[in-house]
Design a protein around this ligand. Structure first.
Ligand code: SAH
Length: 349
């Protein structure tokens, strides 16, 4: 049997795998501690694991990594963008962003994306495959190693908002987040993690049951079905009424405040009427709206709205909490799949 990446296994899966190898399940925690806490990836150096077990383990697992193809940083090292090459020669992107509360990493979950959102650079290139659990975990590890080496800092937050629809790669994303939050693993607090989805209703509930403490952000981008249908094909499967119903169910399970992301697009969804409609739509939900200035891409004709502040004021006046997203990485094409697409297009030409 081909060796498997150690990083593909959350603690439960690792225990099962060890049992199959006739090893004791408690070894899983020991291994997690060596790998994720002490950064030791040589079984021979794991002193509390017996010689025979070490031999077995080295026949079952490998410790792989992601190949860094490109690292782009802005002047102040506030945004760092990585282009990684995967073992099948696909490319993914990962971004580190510095905030006043610490460093956050934005990870990808798929190669490409099938959701087809009209404004999104990733949506124009179909999904090639899901990322494996290891490929998600390794984005965190590689980014954290780079940060440690270059700034002596470490990552404190994660946003699952890179390329792909995370809930369309449910099992691997959940396993990766289990490794990342596990007390024997990378031990990032669930409350420091946010996963962003275009709104796969059934999966939102499954996710809340699997990892209730992790924050969810929903890409809303419209105040009514007519607009959302034009921007996001997923709305035809899960229209707003169903999405809002799901949000209510979600809040019953997790009681964590939801974020709604709303990109302001010139002349499309940025009028005062749209703002008032949004207030009506979200009335009574424990939530806030994150207004996102649009990052224009050469792949679509949408223009960024000039009404961001005005839109924000209307929400505010009507007691709907809102923030305006700080912009990062525009100069280094850090937005949403742009680097990977530029790279792929260059390779084709
Ligand atoms: N598929 C997930 C996560 C990836 S996209 C989702 O849909 O939420 C992360 C966020 O960036 C989403 O809110 C997405 O709608 C937004 N986004 C995509 N393209 C953008 C662009 N060009 N400018 C600003 N935000 C964009």
């Amino acid at each position: 049997m081909a060796k498997q990446s150690f990083y593909n296994f959350d603690l439960t899966h690792l225990e099962e795998c060890l049992k199959q190898q006739e090893l004791k399940p408690y070894v899983a925690k020991q291994l997690f501690n060596w790998v994720y806490k002490k950064h030791i990836t040589d079984f021979k150096a794991m002193s509390n694991i017996g010689k025979v077990a070490q031999e077995t383990l080295s026949n079952v697992f490998i410790f792989d990594n992601l190949q860094i193809v490109k690292v782009l940083t802005d002047e102040n090292k506030e945004t760092v963008k990585f282009l990684f090459k995967l073992k099948d020669n696909n490319f993914i992107e990962t971004v580190i962003m510095k905030f006043d509360y610490g460093y956050s990493v934005c990870v990808s979950t798929q190669v490409g994306c099938n959701m087809g959102c009209k404004f999104c650079a990733s949506g124009t290139h179909k999904k090639i495959r899901n990322l494996e659990t290891s490929e998600i975990v390794l984005q965190f590890i590689e980014a954290n190693n780079w940060l440690l080496k270059n700034t002596n800092e470490h990552l404190s937050n994660i946003v699952v908002m890179g390329i792909g629809e995370p809930l369309d790669n449910f099992d691997n994303v959940v396993s990766a987040l289990k490794i990342i939050t596990c007390q024997h693993g990378l031990e990032i607090g669930s409350r420091h993690i946010t996963i962003s989805t275009c709104g796969l209703c059934n999966k939102i509930i499954d996710f809340a049951k699997a990892l209730p403490q992790i924050n969810i952000a929903i890409s809303l981008h419209a105040s009514n079905d007519a607009i959302r249908n034009k921007l996001m094909p997923i709305n035809k499967t899960y229209p707003l009424s169903q999405l809002i119903e799901t949000c209510k169910q979600y809040l019953e399970i997790s009681n964590r405040r939801l974020t709604f992301e709303y990109i302001l697009l010139d002349g499309i969804n940025d009028s005062d009427e749209n703002a008032l409609e949004l207030v009506e739509l979200l009335k009574g939900l424990l939530c806030y709206v994150n207004l996102i200035p649009y990052n224009e891409t050469y792949l679509s004709n949408f223009k960024r709205s000039k009404r961001v502040r005005q839109f924000f004021n209307v929400l505010n006046k009507n007691k709907l909490q809102a923030t305006i997203r700080l912009e990062r990485g525009t100069k280094i094409a850090a937005a949403c799949g742009q680097l990977r697409i530029q790279h792929n297009d260059k390779e084709k030409n």
